[in-house]
Design a binder for this molecule. Structure first.
Ligand code: NI
Ligand code: MN
Length: 226
């Protein structure tokens, strides 16, 4: 499986059968807009964790461009439907078997208003079972005991976690979270995009290393193999 980072919490997972894009926010991201050519992005599904602009700014444009199915809370799929997107799959906290694998929407401790002020439902994360691997994308969330339930349900291979602080977990919280759900391989997202979520990446990498865990910080535009 391949993971390509597009900045903030936007990334593409390419499995043997499908391309899954998450939280599209590229053209409004000062760090990504000149690095990523969104006209080249292909996707079969676009999964959206919540309604904030830094997760949906390019959602409608990319749904139109890719003809992908949008998977999100019903309040968010309703919002894109009103903007002319027909292929949607509304779901809430629960599990569904798609043609590419299984998706469970899980709780995130955050908020979820849409850019035009519409109600976006509850914020979420996703646990994905794809190509024999189990991957947790936390969305935007604080550290929460909700995460402990994942240890009962899964043997996670990777956790994609926000590490920028202020709106979400920071590096220390993310490190503690890995003990909650027993996963030592983390891909850090949601940092450095804005001054308020700027972090010292060397310090972050060092903290994980000292704890015997792996923090991966792919550059914007970089693809890594999972
Ligand atoms: Ni948010
Ligand atoms: Mn965010």
């Amino acid at each position: 499986m391949k993971f390509t980072f597009y900045g903030q919490s936007c990334f593409l997972l390419e499995t043997s059968t499908a391309k899954l894009l998450f939280d599209p926010f590229i053209t409004f991201n000062p760090l990504a807009k000149d690095v990523v050519d969104i006209t080249k992005i292909e996707a079969d599904y676009i999964l959206v964790s919540h309604g904030h602009a830094d997760h949906v700014a390019d959602l409608v444009a990319l749904a139109k461009q890719t003809q992908a199915t949008v998977v999100a809370m019903p309040e968010i799929t309703d919002w894109v439907t009103k903007q002319g997107i027909e292929k949607v799959h509304g779901m809430n906290y629960g599990k569904f078997e798609f043609d590419f694998g299984t998706v469970r929407m899980v709780a995130a401790t955050h908020s979820s208003g849409l850019p035009d002020g519409s109600y976006g439902g509850n914020p979420a994360g996703f646990v994905l079972e794809l190509d024999g691997k189990q991957i947790y994308f936390a969305g935007d969330t604080s550290l929460t005991v909700e995460m402990k339930i994942l240890a009962d349900l899964y043997k996670l291979d990777y956790a994609i976690l926000p590490i920028g602080g202020n709106y979400t977990m920071d590096t220390d919280d993310a490190l503690l979270a890995t003990d909650y759900f027993n996963c030592n391989q983390v891909i850090g997202v949601h940092y450095n995009t804005f001054p308020v979520i700027a972090i010292d990446t060397d310090k972050a990498l060092d903290k994980f290393e000292k704890a015997g865990k792996t923090l991966l910080l792919p550059a914007i535009g970089e693809t890594i193999s999972l």
